[in-house]
Unconditional design. Structure first.
Length: 64
């Protein structure tokens, strides 16, 4: 996990440095990317919470 993290981080840094873009453009691109990652992250959290709630609900329901 840590190795993958470091590879991704170095890859992003290298791409920014070699892109020829000024730092302002790189900032706004990363800001957009982060917003999308944040949206996906919270969607995943919500999905996991709903699945856990459904599992708990199905375990606690008593048959009629």
């Amino acid at each position: 996990m840590i190795k993958s993290y470091q590879i991704l981080k170095e890859g992003i840094n290298g791409m920014i440095q070699n892109s020829g873009l000024d730092i302002g453009a790189a900032y706004f691109i990363l800001k957009d990317v982060f917003s999308e990652v944040e949206r996906i992250y919270y969607a995943q959290l919500n999905k996991e919470c709903l699945e856990e709630a459904e599992q708990i609900n199905s375990e606690t329901e008593e048959p009629i």
